[in-house]
Design a protein around this ligand. Structure first.
Ligand SMILES: [Fe+2]
Length: 238
């Protein structure tokens, strides 16, 4: 889920409080994404996401797509794949939220926008939700704080199966650069999220398989394998 931003709610971090200052500052270096170090540094604040193996079918993607019986995915598996998540009190003043501020500082987020995905509230809604559900990766992390509503992210697991996890109000998630993923609303058809960026907001989607040969993809796979996936059985993550 990305982009088509609302003008209101757009913000910039403390290092970029003035427009001229922001524009005159050197662009920050790309922040390398070390799964292991990030896990250890902020693990104590992470929350558990409900995740399960996605049951593929032609049914509406907005349904749960659980096997019967369900095949839950342990949170450790998500962490080993590089997914980070926290719970943020979005009812309180977000400008002074200590957890959010710590995340922004530690991960170098300097700008943010909000987006609402719902019928009638997003230009080209039908086209956009189809686009969100196409398998893709980014050369940067995908960082989202859910301000309201709910939805699903699907990510690729070690043996190529889709893993689905649900997000709702107050969830903050980060998907690492180079991870194949997709997003869909659930049947409530509504989500509002804050999008956080280390640099000027941009959008670079690389569809599968065009991302396979990118260095960011190779770095992601190396990082996951270096982190010691528990169940890969010698199979590279896809
Ligand atoms: Fe994405």
């Amino acid at each position: 889920m990305q982009e088509t931003r609302e003008e209101e709610g757009r913000g910039r971090g403390p290092q970029a409080s003035g427009k001229s200052k922001w524009e005159s500052e050197p662009r920050p270096q790309h922040i390398s994404y070390s799964i292991a170090s990030t896990k250890h540094s902020m693990a104590s604040q992470q929350q558990r996401l409900e995740a399960w193996e996605y049951h593929p079918s032609d049914e509406d993607p907005r349904l749960e797509h659980k096997f019967s019986p369900n095949r839950p995915i342990p949170s450790d598996r998500l962490e080993d794949l590089g997914v980070l998540n926290w719970k943020i009190d979005v009812d309180a003043d977000l400008q002074n939220n200590p957890v959010l501020e710590k995340i922004k500082l530690s991960r170098g987020y300097k700008s943010w926008d909000t987006v609402t995905v719902a019928p009638g509230q997003l230009d080209n809604y039908e086209e956009k939700i189809k686009q969100f559900f196409q398998e893709h990766l980014h050369p940067y992390d995908e960082s989202r704080l859910i301000l309201d509503g709910s939805g699903y992210w699907d990510i690729r697991g070690f043996d190529s199966q889709w893993i689905r996890f649900r997000v709702e109000r107050g969830d903050m998630i980060v998907l690492p650069p180079g991870m194949y993923h997709r997003f869909t609303l659930d049947t409530n058809n509504y989500i509002k999220a804050m999008l956080l960026f280390t640099e000027t907001p941009t959008r670079i989607d690389v569809m599968r398989p065009f991302g396979d040969d990118l260095q960011v993809r190779k770095d992601y796979i190396s990082s996951v394998l270096r982190n010691g996936p528990p169940n890969n059985n010698g199979i590279n993550p896809l």
